[in-house]
Design a protein around this ligand. Structure first.
Ligand code: GCW
Length: 722
């Protein structure tokens, strides 16, 4: 086919796509949340009038899969948002052309003299400018790479969706982090560990022949927020994923993701050479083991040339690892790294390691295990560290490995799925929690050494940077089980792109793209979102309390729980309530793991009078009558936090109810229903925790704190009903 013919064929396909949107749009207006933040419904009239002269046609020459995606996205997006057809054109021969592509794909972009600027922005960065080509006013979206142009197209559409002026566009952006990853804890049987939105999106039985069209939508949503990698399987890995049979299926998924710039990664089970290769050992220093992994890597890259690499959970919670063979974490990681290095792959080694030793403090374990290997990892190894030192609690101080390993490529692992935050039942906007984490000052190189700077490479200048989030997606029609929790997927992606974005900006973008343009409604919803994290901490684990959850499901409260086989799986290990007081002493009089932080953080946390209220019981065992900052006793303060959490959910329900005219009935009702559950649970948390802690404090509830409806025995029985 001539390129001219191909282009008109592309034009035909695009017109067909437009027709399909209009037809399906007319038939079903189901507001089931499937479209996420990429809704493309007509914007307010005045905005459309302002945009229309500037967006008259879409010019995306070239015929690669990614260029095709850009073309379709811009045509569908502009057409939908402007409420009338914006056609594909072969060239910018009129005002209002939106030209997108690369120096190679677009002859018009090639003439602009942008080589240097685009080279500086890299293949994932982009430039968007309003300018004149000849007599024509056009908008150019350009990159040195096709995926960068796709990111630019999504950015442009976001500007429209959020009603930004587009008359004098001049935007240059590139992602601040390189590896922007979703980790899926999906099992091969379709279940998802800690997943609360249905089953796995990967239908292994149907693959590779049948690829669910939903996978395209998943990749597209990721691309729209800059996510460029997905680890498909659970870190508690099944070695079967590495068999030839499964790798063919993985390759089929990779093929769907590729045009969207999303690479596939796999969790590797360390003992796979034994399970799949029939070897007697998985010792990383054994030559046969290393050769087995090398061959496996070669096999994978033959099928998937752009395979990202391996994610490994080793010697943690029963998983095999190098320590099984008396080797170190560095030995294990570097052996795997050597296998993927010839293919430019990486190994992402998890730091979530905590062997139980008598009298030890779990919060110090990962640092003790991994910090000694600083500078010992191969150049293509990244160390993936959870944001806090325990395990995705509603609130934790930052993990001391951030700022604790200057010669290691440390990347954060955040949890988007809400294992400890009410599953997909509770509205919690996690950007707020992640902001707190990223803004924490480690003082590793003096004041201003924030976690964000450790992560984006500006502090230690590591070669590779990144951030991973444990996904909250599943087969539920709305992807995340709760409409608002789509906002956490969105927020995670946006923060991987720019870890300095404010949570308010992210909330505003998401609300405008997903729910409403009404300024009053936006104010209410943004407030709900921004306050939500603090409120959940209040009704679950205020003042630095942590891990009060029942040992298995981690949903409701069970602060009394003490029968798990390991001490550090029991809530009583963490809160240590007794007649004197409550909290875990991590100072010099206790475990002293506060020492893992740099000065002056260490000093601030160690001293009861300077320790922030929010971490009080994380670092200190505090007497019930101790006067906290407010002047109240610890007991009174704690009870009031619980009450505040409950009050917040009640008020939020009212606020949401009042928005019934602004939000479509389907999503409004679904969220209202979830808020009812959240209120029930908040009360349950408050009552169960206070009733139990009262058996130690022996103090009554202060004025303003509602009396629990049930007895402690009843709350205990309830946690068993799950
Ligand atoms: O918090 C724990 C979870 C496990 C998880 C583990 C981990 C994948 O309860 O379900 O296992 O963390 O992060 O490895």
């Amino acid at each position: 086919m001539h390129s001219e013919q191909r282009r008109s064929c592309g034009t035909l396909l695009a017109s067909l796509a437009i027709a399909i949107i209009f037809v399906t749009g007319a038939i079903s207006k189901a507001e089931d949340g499937y479209r996420l933040w990429l809704r493309y419904d007509p914007l307010p009239k005045r905005t459309i009038e302002a945009y229309r002269p500037r967006i008259a046609s879409v010019v995306v020459p070239g015929d690669s899969a990614t260029l095709e995606v850009i073309r379709t996205e811009l045509v569908n997006g502009c057409t939908g948002l402007l409420g009338s057809a914006v056609p594909i054109a072969n060239e910018a021969n009129r005002d209002g052309a939106v030209i997108a592509g690369t120096l190679k794909s677009s002859p018009q972009i090639a003439t602009l003299g942008w080589e240097r600027q685009l080279a500086d922005l890299g293949p994932e960065g982009f430039r968007i400018r309003s300018l004149k080509i000849g007599y024509r006013s056009v908008i150019v979206i350009a990159s040195s790479g096709e995926v960068g142009a796709l990111y630019g197209a999504f950015h442009f559409l976001r500007l429209l969706q959020t009603l930004q002026p587009i008359d004098k566009l001049d935007v240059s952006q590139k992602p601040r982090l390189q590896l922007r990853l979703l980790d899926h804890w999906d099992n091969l049987d379709g279940s998802i560990e800690r997943g609360y939105a249905g089953r796995s999106l990967w239908d292994w039985k149907a693959l590779p022949e049948n690829v669910d069209s939903r996978l395209r939508d998943y990749a597209r949503a990721n691309a729209s927020i800059g996510i460029n990698g997905s680890t498909l399987n659970n870190v508690n890995a099944n070695a079967q994923i590495l068999t030839a049979e499964y790798l063919r299926r993985v390759a089929a998924i990779a093929d769907v993701f590729r045009p969207y710039g999303v690479k596939v990664y796999l969790s590797a089970r360390f003992s796979a050479p034994i399970e799949l290769g029939g070897l007697k050992t998985a010792d990383p220093l054994d030559a046969e083991v290393a050769a087995w992994w090398k061959q496996k890597a070669d096999e994978i890259y033959k099928l998937i040339p752009d395979f990202g690499g391996f994610l490994v959970k080793a010697n943690s919670e029963g998983q095999p690892g190098p320590r099984t063979y008396h080797r170190t974490h560095a030995d294990g990681a570097n052996m795997l790294a050597a296998a993927v290095a010839p293919h430019k792959g990486v190994v992402i080694w998890r730091a979530f390691v905590y062997d139980m030793k008598p009298g030890y403090d779990r919060a110090g374990a990962a640092y003790e295990n991994l910090q000694p290997f600083d500078g010992k990892f191969a150049p293509n190894v990244l160390l993936q560290v959870k944001n806090g030192p325990i395990d995705f609690q509603p609130r934790e101080p930052f993990h001391p490995l951030f700022g604790g390993m200057s010669r290691t490529q440390v990347i954060p692992e955040l949890q988007i799925t809400q294992e400890y935050l009410g599953f997909s039942n509770h509205l919690v906007f996690l950007a707020q929690m992640w902001r707190e984490f990223l803004d924490s000052d480690t003082y590793a190189r003096g004041p201003g050494s924030t976690v964000a700077k450790v992560v984006d490479g500006s502090l230690y200048h590591q070669r590779l940077t990144g951030m991973a989030g444990v996904a909250n997606t599943g087969t539920d029609r709305n992807w995340t089980g709760h409409h608002f929790l789509q906002g956490n997927w969105y927020a995670f992606g946006r923060l991987t792109w720019n870890p300095d974005l404010s949570s308010r900006q992210i909330a505003d973008e998401w609300i405008a793209m997903t729910l409403t343009h009404d300024p009053k409604a936006t104010e209410t919803i943004a407030r709900m979102m921004l306050e939500s994290h603090e409120a959940v901490v209040d009704y679950m684990t205020p003042l630095g309390l942590h891990h009060l959850f029942w040992g298995g499901h981690h949903y409701g409260p069970a602060p009394w729980w003490n029968t798990e086989p390991r001490d550090d799986w029991n809530p009583v290990y963490y809160h240590r309530a007794d007649a004197e007081g409550i909290g875990f002493d991590r100072t010099a009089t206790g475990s002293n793991t506060v020492n893992q932080y740099h000065w002056p953080v260490r000093g601030q946390f160690s001293n009861l009078s300077t320790c922030p209220d929010r971490f009080l019981l994380w670092f200190h065992h505090v007497p019930w009558d101790y006067r906290v900052r407010s002047g109240r006793t610890l007991w009174d303060e704690m009870t009031l936090h619980y009450q505040h959490g409950v009050a917040w959910v009640r008020a939020t329900r009212k606020d949401w109810d009042a928005l019934s005219d602004e939000i479509d009935p389907e999503r409004h009702a679904a969220v209202a229903k979830k808020l009812t559950i959240q209120e029930r649970d908040a009360i349950w948390w408050k009552d169960a925790c206070l009733t139990y802690f009262q058996t130690f404090s022996k103090r009554s509830l202060p004025a303003g704190v509602e009396k629990p409806a049930k007895t402690l025995a009843e709350y205990k029985a309830k946690s068993l009903q799950w």
